[in-house]
Design a protein around this ligand. Structure first.
Ligand code: GLU
Length: 491
């Protein structure tokens, strides 16, 4: 087979359970699958694993899809778009699981188990009391027809249990190498519950087989499930897919990333104004690195360079400082027009603008965004930095700023500033810059002593965007108005 043939048939799946928002760890797994599919020209399939009826809910599926779309991880087959191996929601595939379970029953690889939850719990406790790892003791393994009939008469509904053969199972993991499991530690496990709903391990195998999945790339918390799944493939006489277990993401204290460590949902970062490209770039670097060690990579570069060979075995730690840095890089590089569009909801929320923002107002807003973007880790910080450009009045309430305003030289500075600005032609950044440069000599003061009072008068604080920018964006009238207001305050 030529290399092209092999790559063309790559089919991977991302299979979240709809039990909440898309978790950062899940998004990481989804991304690695997506990158692998796109790199190999394969298919990326979105399957929803909703067989945990108590924890799954439809709204969560919607949220997960929205977050995936926001991240830009597009899928080729899946719940909402269908495909040749659908439906792609497990609760709509119950008949298929039933057929496979029947096949395993017919061939003797599975049997009906009538044990009640209470009986199983007693068995489990007894094993724990003996200091043994609990596993199913095999009570229903060899039931006679008569005993079965009797249990049925008692009204018991059977589960289907897989008959685990005696063997050593080797998971040939693409990232971790071979991992051995002794099936003795496993114990016969339920594949179909008595309500006709499959268990995770069984549904996954049936789906992966049926959807012709070639590579199973998932978090390493599933490593212990893989031998069970391999046994099912063997019993069904089907070839194994390739397995790759990626390390889970840890919090700074090196325990599994969880709410204790702060925000863990993609939705949170989306709301806080992180850019999808930055989040994708950041997540790609958790456990994977490109050959040349670069850190800022576009989506296209990630796709081009991604390979499982460069996925590390050791867990990566979620580092919010690095995500912030990377997001800042993307904010500074972003197309100004689209960045401004993204910033509007945050400004609107803070009551600074009201939609729709169009025409000249939008152009003006682009200037505002451009002048503050260098200070941002995320867009939710924009009102705090851009606030100075809105409104007519400015409050000078920080102590340092007030001290500057009450300096005896300040009124001289502001009077000159007003006079110069009134007659400035043309009113553009360059002319403003030149005007400001001339003022210290005109006043016989240092640059700092000249420009600080102007800055404080216009913005209320001692730090912020470049002064010519501030003046240009505020416009002549508002700049003069604020300077007059400050003059008033210092007189
Ligand atoms: N539904 C499982 C999860 O969310 C998927 C596991 C798998 O990929 O096999 O963890």
């Amino acid at each position: 087979m030529t290399e092209k043939d092999t790559t063309e048939k790559v089919r991977v799946r991302f299979a979240p359970s709809p039990t909440g928002h898309l978790h950062i760890g899940n998004a990481h797994t989804g991304l690695f699958n997506w990158l692998f599919a796109r790199h190999n020209g394969g298919k990326f399939i979105l399957r929803i694993e909703d067989t945990d009826l108590e924890r799954s809910y439809a709204e969560s599926e919607k949220l997960i899809l929205e977050d995936l779309k926001w991240l830009g991880l597009d899928w080729d087959e899946g719940v909402d778009i269908g495909g040749p191996y659908g439906p792609y929601r497990q609760t709509e595939r119950l008949e298929l699981y039933r057929q496979y379970a029947q096949r395993l029953l017919d061939e003797g690889h599975a049997y009906l188990c009538y044990c009640t939850p209470e009986e199983l719990e007693m068995e489990r406790k007894a094993a724990l009391d003996r200091g043994e790892a609990p596993r199913y003791g095999g009570r229903c393994r060899e039931l006679t027809e008569a005993r079965r009939a009797e249990l049925e008469r008692q009204g018991r509904r059977p589960a289907v249990r897989f008959r685990v053969p005696d063997e050593v199972i080797v998971v040939n993991d693409l990232i971790r190498g071979p991992i051995e499991f002794d099936s003795k530690t496993i114990g016969d496990f339920v594949i179909m519950k008595c309500d006709g709903v499959p268990t995770y391990n069984f549904a996954v195998v049936v789906d992966d087989v049926h959807m012709k999945i070639t590579h199973i790339i998932r978090a390493d918390e599933h490593v212990a499930n893989t031998p069970r799944q391999i046994l099912l493939y063997e019993a069904l006489g089907l070839p194994l897919p390739k397995f790759a277990h990626i390390s889970m993401i840890l919090g700074p204290d090196r325990t599994k990333l969880s709410k204790r460590h702060g925000a863990t949902s993609v939705f949170h970062y989306r709301q806080a104004g992180y850019l999808p490209d930055a989040v994708v770039n950041y997540l790609a670097l958790l456990g994977w690195s490109p050959e040349n060690g670069e850190e800022v990579l576009t989506r296209e570069e990630l796709v081009k360079q991604f390979s499982l060979d460069r996925v590390g075995k050791s867990p990566a730690v979620f580092d919010i400082a690095k995500l912030n840095w990377l997001n800042g890089v993307y904010i500074r590089q972003a197309d100004l027009k689209s960045l401004t569009g993204m910033a509007i909801p945050y400004l609107k929320n803070a009551g600074l603008v009201s939609e729709p923002v169009t025409g000249e107002r939008f152009d003006w807003l682009m200037d505002v965004v451009d002048s503050v973007r260098g200070y941002l880790d995320n867009l939710s910080q924009i009102p705090e930095h851009a606030g100075v450009f809105f409104g007519d009045r400015i409050d000078i309430d920080d102590g340092k700023a007030r001290k500057i305003i009450s300096d005896p030289e300040t009124s001289r500075v502001l009077n000159l500033f007003i006079k110069e600005l009134e007659s400035l032609e043309p009113f553009d950044r360059e002319a403003i810059h030149t005007m400001l440069l001339k003022m210290p000599a005109q006043l016989g003061l240092s640059v700092r002593k000249t420009l600080m009072p102007v800055r404080v008068a216009l913005t209320g604080t001692t730090a912020g965007p470049e002064l010519p920018n501030v003046i240009f964006i505020l416009g002549r009238d508002r700049s003069i108005g604020r300077a007059r207001q400050a003059l008033h305050a210092c007189s």
